[in-house]
Design a protein around this ligand. Structure first.
Ligand SMILES: *Cc1c(COP(=O)(O)O)cnc(C)c1O
Length: 501
């Protein structure tokens, strides 16, 4: 491989001054060589992923002096090939591999290769997708992708929205548009479930919903919002002169995958004249397979829905989405046309996505989705989504069959929670210490990366299977390992004449 050299200053034959300052360019051969070097490294990483660890991290102290430490940025270039190599060798591996087949923590993300290439092309073509004037073709493709999503969810025709950086941004836009659509009342109230994602609470804060207007409603033992509880809260708030503007329901909670009764909440909010937002960031694409669609029944009746293609649609970060029943609401809520953008107003069909949300400069996120769905066909995506749901059901069955494992929440949209619980252990304190120990050991040994949570004040181990490469054996091995670690740790806890209750 020829090392790329910075090109000579662009001096004209007459010896005039360079027509542009030298220093930020590479010649075509060097560009190609660097591109191949990057692609080779990526393909090697992908091919070796299963044999690698699912996570590698380091405390700050160990990294203080790495990568240039706290020194100033270098005045002189070090050569692009060397820098690329250092990034690939030293920086990028120090991270979770969230696409590893045994990465089962938080919400995994296992993108397709066409998705990676879509991001790469969107960057290289440097598409500015804030206005139709700036990107007619890309904007048309985004409309098309949003139309796919609308159809998958079963939202009424005409519904649309925009792609965002992620679910947090989509939830923020959903809360802000609800406030605007309600006429920006001075005492707005938003209803959340106690299982709702933290980004919804943050969205309320950013959107200026006052603290006393944020109702976090407790869920029952099934971790679902009870519509009658919503009704009571709304009626009480209205009686006190506040203005309910939005109910936020979950289309798959991050905690346990539980789904609120969406169809019942949709009829309730219709009856009460209120908006319903469904946060389907994690679970929404469950609609692509039969079991998921059944679990999410009613999602298409919502006034707005958040989706995260970078979770269960196998896209690279970043890619979120907000769909609303009437996309005109977004324009009415957010459009501000300063003089310097007057050339961009081309008429209603020619959407300026920059008017629909937070970002004006936006990348072409729809490309990766359009490329990956068209490359493999929707059927492959349906199968991949169903895979996660089926594997999680197997985990549930395996936990139920074990005498030492206790199921804490059943498989729902790819998530199961459970804990190790030896016979005779009753008290929460020792059980938590034991399961914390298991969780820590799993990460240290690199067997699998899982995460924990709390449910009804109990410490829970949690598995989230979204990756189509996660096999039944990966999961069986994990549970075998949890049982073994649990037995060893429980043994270590036992002191003569005394054992934890
Ligand atoms: C991940 C997630 C979010 C936040 O989405 P980001 O893409 O991380 O910003 C919101 N809601 C739910 C249910 C999620 O799982």
């Amino acid at each position: 491989m020829t090392p790329p050299f910075p090109p000579e200053p662009n001096t004209s034959e007459s010896g005039d001054l360079p027509s542009h300052p030298p220093g930020l360019d590479l010649d075509p051969e060097a560009m190609r060589a660097l591109g191949y070097q990057a692609v080779d490294a990526l393909v090697e990483r992908w091919a070796g992923l299963r044999d690698d660890v699912p996570w590698r991290g380091a405390p700050y102290q160990d990294l203080r002096d790495r990568f240039g430490g706290e020194g100033p940025a270098p005045e002189e270039g070090e050569g692009a090939a060397a820098v690329l190599e250092e990034a690939i060798r030293d920086v990028l591996p120090l991270a979770a591999r969230v696409d590893h087949p045994r990465f089962l923590a938080f919400i995994p993300s296992a993108p397709t290769w066409p998705s990676v290439l879509g991001d790469f092309l969107a960057s290289g073509f440097n598409v500015f997708q804030g206005t139709w004037l700036g990107s007619a073709g890309p904007s048309r493709v985004e409309l098309m992708v949003l139309e796919w999503f609308r159809q998958w969810l079963g939202m009424p025709s005409g519904a649309g929205g925009l792609l965002t950086s992620g679910g947090s941004a989509a939830n923020l836009v959903a809360v802000a548009v609800a406030r605007e659509a309600a006429g920006n009342p001075s005492r707005p109230v938003v209803y959340l479930s106690d299982q709702g994602h933290s980004s919804l609470l943050r969205a309320c804060r950013i959107a200026g919903i006052p603290r006393e207007g944020i109702r976090i409603l407790p869920t029952g033992p099934d971790l679902r919002l009870d519509p009658s509880r919503v009704r009571t809260a709304v009626e009480r708030d209205r009686a006190e002169g506040a203005v309910p503007i939005l109910v936020c329901a979950n289309g798959g909670t991050t905690n346990t995958g539980s789904v609120d009764p969406l169809a019942a909440l949709a009829s309730l909010t219709r009856e009460l004249g209120l908006r319903l937002h469904v946060d389907g960031a994690f679970g929404g694409f469950g609609v692509l397979c039969e079991k998921g669609a059944r679990a999410l029944d009613g999602i298409g009746q919502a006034d707005s829905v958040t989706l995260d293609p970078h979770k269960w649609l196998f896209q690279t970060f970043e890619c979120g989405c907000l769909l609303v029943r009437d996309p005109g609401e977004l324009d009415r809520a957010f459009r501000v046309t300063p003089e310097y953008l007057q050339d961009t107003q081309l008429g209603a069909e020619q959407v300026n996505f920059g008017d629909r949300g937070v970002q004006l400069s936006r990348s072409f996120r729809a490309l990766k989705i359009w490329m990956s769905v068209r490359s493999f066909g929707l059927n492959a995506f349906r199968t991949a989504v169903a895979h996660g749901i089926d594997r999680a059901e197997e985990v549930e069955a395996r936990v139920r069959a074990s005498r030492e494992l206790e199921l804490l929440s059943p498989a729902s949209l790819g998530i199961v929670t459970y804990r190790f619980r030896p016979r005779g252990w009753e008290d929460e304190g020792p059980l938590e210490a034991l399961n914390r120990g298991i969780q820590g050991r799993l990460r240290e040994e690199g067997t699998a990366m899982t995460s924990s949570t709390r449910l009804n004040n109990r410490f829970a181990l949690r598995v989230c299977v979204l990756n189509p490469h996660t096999t039944r054996k990966d999961l069986d091995d994990l549970l075998d390992r949890v049982e073994r670690l649990g037995r060893d740790l429980a043994e270590a806890y036992r002191t003569p004449g005394e054992r934890p209750r």
